[in-house]
Design a binder for this molecule. Structure first.
Ligand code: ADP
Ligand code: MG
Length: 618
């Protein structure tokens, strides 16, 4: 017998599971059944790709003993585990991110046991209901079996054992918390509730009393019933499925406690034959913004599970989608490399994207309330699509939503277009900051006066995304915090004039500020402020530069353009002054306060304060 210590993270995890995740202890059964089903998938896959046959029916068997020493046994004839696999799979945590994740979990989240399954730690949930667990397993192709035993504290043992054929048998020695599960009705209900759509039959064994015609117990009979429907849900026809069926399937497969926002079930026949069943979770997956997010779509070939870990099945901007792709035409032994170049796969992928986007559109038209919920979660990933997926850019432009100066909540570009004034040349937007900062931007006032709507781009990626889009239905998208936006409000004559005529005042301030600004321009769109900073056409805005810097990217620096308001009293004082010290200090303060009002810290705050003070003291 070998005695081993759990890896420390397993001990921590066990402790957490046993002490914090108690609220839904019954999920242990779903976890163990799901592992058994995975093991059966793996065996089926092996035998199909290696052209070997499987003895007997692939199945899951559940039995229990009542009385003083209650046990529950879950057994499968799947792929099984070797000695090393027992140690590897049950003595360590498979996913390296798990421990870090656990450390960051809030107490609230710890109470949500649905998270267990998401992290590949499902097996350990057995210790919520058992004070000892025995796993006897024989790997496919091997003739030796081993027994892993642990009480869920810090040690486990591995012994030689015997098992007739390959597969795994797990015996739980139920504790006080778990003894209620040694019961036929409990088990049957739980299996129906959580594991109905497991593609393999789940058999429950129990003893039933026999009676004579006077209802006296005459003995007992051993019975075995199949308790789940054992058909992959997506293969069934839409007409025989209810919303509830879809919702339960989703919750079970995705470890979510909430129903999905909506689902899309498609059977394609014709050149390529496949079925897809997609779900949109009510809440964005917690790892949606992690680089190592777990993809949510599983690939099956002719009902045989192939992979759940392929990020290529859908484009990254649709990484929040959960569900299944089941193809009739792919070979079973597709490798990841083959998948990426496979024509069938790329046809399925393209059609799936089109289907998803058109369904989103339909919902936006038919169920605005639902669409708002969708947008609250997934607006940002859809925006990523605008620069990732050129082929579907028009569809995506129709789907994304923005905050705006004219409406509460979200608006689409289509709605903006409908509200445009008859002589309005462009769609205007402002980037760089949260909704409140943007709403207070001094740049907005002249648009407000003209009654022109401005989109408030509050997502950090908006500037990147929109500058790569440029147009919506032939209408230019223009950032009002860029110098060119001013030109829309000038006649040709004025534009020419502005180019030729050098303003003496602008030159004076430019000379004083030197390299700190790219250019100084007289502005025709400032009413209640002295100056603003804007970016030159192809430069990143100051806010963008600030963001890039915070992300550790330097080298993107470029000086802003300073737009000044000739009518402003402070600017007038600069125009009239001949005192070089005053002109220098005042120009510098003019620039710094323009930066400040767009949410950017002046380069040298203490100098700004000093100069401001000296100006005020005069
Ligand atoms: P996950 O299922 O997410 O990988 P679990 O904690 O549920 O994580 O299981 C850990 C691992 O133990 C599985 O990945 C699998 O390799 C192995 N395992 C668990 N149960 C079985 C089983 N019945 N048959 C074969 N392998 C199993
Ligand atoms: Mg599992």
């Amino acid at each position: 017998m070998e005695r081993r210590q759990f890896k420390t993270e397993v001990s921590d995890l066990l402790h957490l599971i046993i002490h914090s995740l108690y609220s839904h202890k019954e999920i242990f059964l779903r976890e163990l059944i799901s592992n058994a089903s995975d093991a059966l998938d793996k065996l089926k896959y092996r035998s199909l790709t290696e052209n070997t046959s499987v003895d007997g029916e692939l199945r899951i068997d559940i039995s229990f003993t009542e009385g003083d020493k209650r046990t529950l046994t879950i057994s499968d004839n799947g792929i099984g585990m070797s000695h090393d696999e027992l140690e590897e799979n049950l003595g360590t945590i498979a996913h390296s991110g798990t421990k870090r994740f656990l450390a960051n979990l809030s107490d609230d989240q710890k109470a949500n046991s649905n998270l267990i399954g998401q992290f590949g730690v499902g097996f350990y949930s057995a210790f919520m209901v058992a004070d000892k667990v025995e796993v006897t397993s024989r790997a496919y192709g091997s003739d030796t079996a081993f027994k892993w035993t642990s009480d869920g504290h810090d040690k486990y043992t591995i012994d030689d054992a015997s098992r007739e054929s390959c597969g795994t048998t797990i015996v739980l020695y139920l504790n006080d918390e778990g003894k209620e599960y040694a019961n036929r009705w409990q088990l049957e209900n739980l299996i129906k509730q959580y594991s109905d759509h497991i593609a393999y039959p789940i058999y429950l064994a129990y003893d039933q009393n026999t009676y004579d015609d006077k209802y006296n117990v005459t003995g007992s009979e051993h019975k075995v019933d199949k308790v789940n429907s054992a058909a992959a849900l997506w293969t069934r026809s839409k007409s025989e499925l209810k919303d509830d069926d879809y919702n339960e399937f989703y919750k079970n497969a995705s470890y979510d406690s909430e129903n999905p926002l909506f689902f899309i079930h498609t059977k394609a026949e014709g050149a390529t034959e496949y079925t897809t069943l997609f779900f949109i979770p009510a809440k964005a997956p917690f790892d949606m913004y992690h680089a190592d997010y777990k993809p949510g779509v599983k690939l099956y070939v002719k009902r045989v599970y192939i992979t759940d870990d392929d990020k290529e099945l859908l484009p990254t901007y649709l990484r929040f989608v959960r569900g299944v792709i089941d193809s009739e035409d792919l070979p079973l032994n597709v490798s990841r490399e083959i998948l990426q170049q496979n024509k069938v796969m790329s046809a399925i992928r393209n059609a799936s994207v089109k289907k998803l986007l058109s369904e989103f559109k339909k919902i936006s038209e038919q169920n605005p309330e639902l669409y708002t919920k969708f947008i609250e979660q997934y607006n940002r990933p859809l925006k990523e699509g605008l620069y990732q997926d050129y082929a579907n850019r028009d569809e995506l432009l129709g789907l994304v939503r923005f905050k705006s100066t004219s409406v509460d909540g979200y608006t689409s570009l289509k709605e903006y277009k409908e509200r445009m004034q008859s002589d309005q040349k462009s769609i205007y937007y402002i980037t760089g900051g949260d909704e409140q900062t943007l709403k207070n931007s001094p740049l907005l006032s002249s648009y407000k006066e003209k009654g022109i709507e401005v989109l408030l781009m509050t997502d950090d990626i908006d500037e990147l995304v929109i500058s790569s889009v440029n147009k919506y239905e032939e209408i230019a998208l223009k950032a009002i915090n860029r110098s060119s936006a001013m030109e829309d409000f000038m006649t040709e004559e004025e534009k020419k004039q502005a180019k030729e005529e050098k303003s003496e005042l602008a030159e004076k301030i430019k000379k004083s500020l030197g390299d700190r600004v790219k250019e100084v321009k007289l502005s025709n769109r400032l009413s209640d402020v002295s100056a603003v900073v804007v970016a030159d056409e192809n430069d990143p805005t100051v806010q963008m530069q600030q963001m890039l810097k915070a992300m550790g990217q330097s080298g993107m620096e470029s000086a802003p353009i300073l737009e000044i308001n000739e009518q402003d009293p402070f600017v007038k004082r600069i125009a009239e002054s001949k005192d070089k010290d005053f002109i220098d200090d005042a120009s510098s303060v003019l620039l710094d306060q323009a930066l400040l009002s767009s949410g950017v810290m002046p380069k040298n705050p203490s100098e700004f304060a000093r100069k401001l003070h000296s100006l005020l003291a005069v």
